[in-house]
Write a protein that binds this ligand. Structure first.
Ligand SMILES: Nc1ncnc2c1ncn2[C@@H]1O[C@H](COP(=O)(O)OP(=O)(O)OP(=O)(O)O)[C@@H](O)[C@H]1O
Ligand SMILES: O=C(O)C1=C[C@@H](O)[C@@H](O)[C@H](O)C1
Ligand SMILES: [Mg+2]
Length: 186
């Protein structure tokens, strides 16, 4: 598979709690790729948590850091990149994401909520109605996530390993589509 990909990186997008970090690590192992998580790079580089960055600098400053980090990452090949849930919001980020194959992990809101109910590390969910907040964020972002090359609809009870396997199985179909587009256009 990694020879078929020819070193092209994978970028995982999707809502917070979708499993980008968890599934991304597995995909990196299977492909023999490096693994990078934009949220982790930001927290390591600044020495602050995402909650602190949102509280002390504001969301706009966080989004700028996120774009800067993504720009640097996109210069590399052979990576599986877990992105922050809001990476799709800025148009400039798409020019970086398009350096690789973009995979949307699409998880129903009810499932996201059960995964994140006890989690206090996502500042946007510190809301009186976290499930409603997840729903409205997904509504806003759905058309953006839908611009991914690969859309993986995750079912309840599927393990991270099963999801990673489905991504691996689906990759050749996207590469084939890309190649046939090129044939038509040339
Ligand atoms: N397939 C799965 N089944 C059950 N739990 C899962 C699955 N995938 C991820 N999880 C759990 O859900 C939580 C969120 O997963 P993860 O951190 O990978 O999501 P994320 O997409 O990276 O979120 P964020 O955008 O906030 O970084 C974690 O506790 C993880 O262990
Ligand atoms: O969905 C979002 O906007 C976010 C998701 C997380 O990955 C973090 O990047 C941060 O909590 C914001
Ligand atoms: Mg993550």
């Amino acid at each position: 598979m990694s020879s078929l990909l020819q070193g092209v990186s994978l970028y995982l997008i999707g809502m917070m709690g979708a499993g980008k970090t968890t599934v991304g690590r597995l995909l990196a192992q299977q492909l023999g790729y490096g693994f990078v998580d934009t949220d982790d790079v930001i927290t390591q580089a600044t020495g602050r948590t995402i909650n602190q960055l949102f509280a002390e600098e504001g969301e706009a400053a966080f989004r700028q850091l996120e774009s800067d980090v993504l720009a640097q990452i996109s210069a590399h090949l052979k990576l599986t990149v877990a992105t922050g849930g809001g990476i799709v919001l800025r148009r400039e980020n798409w020019s970086y994401l398009r350096h690789g194959l973009i995979v949307w992990l699409d998880v129903p809101v009810e499932l996201l909520y059960t995964r994140l109910a006890e989690d206090t590390t996502r500042p946007l969910l510190q809301d009186p109605d976290p499930q409603g907040k997840l729903r409205s964020l997904l509504e806003q972002r759905q058309p953006l996530y839908a611009q991914a090359d690969l859309h993986i609809i995750v079912n309840e009870g599927e393990t991270p390993e099963q999801i990673a396997n489905r991504v691996m199985e689906a990759i050749p179909s996207v590469l084939k589509t890309t190649a046939s587009h090129q044939n038509v256009e040339n």
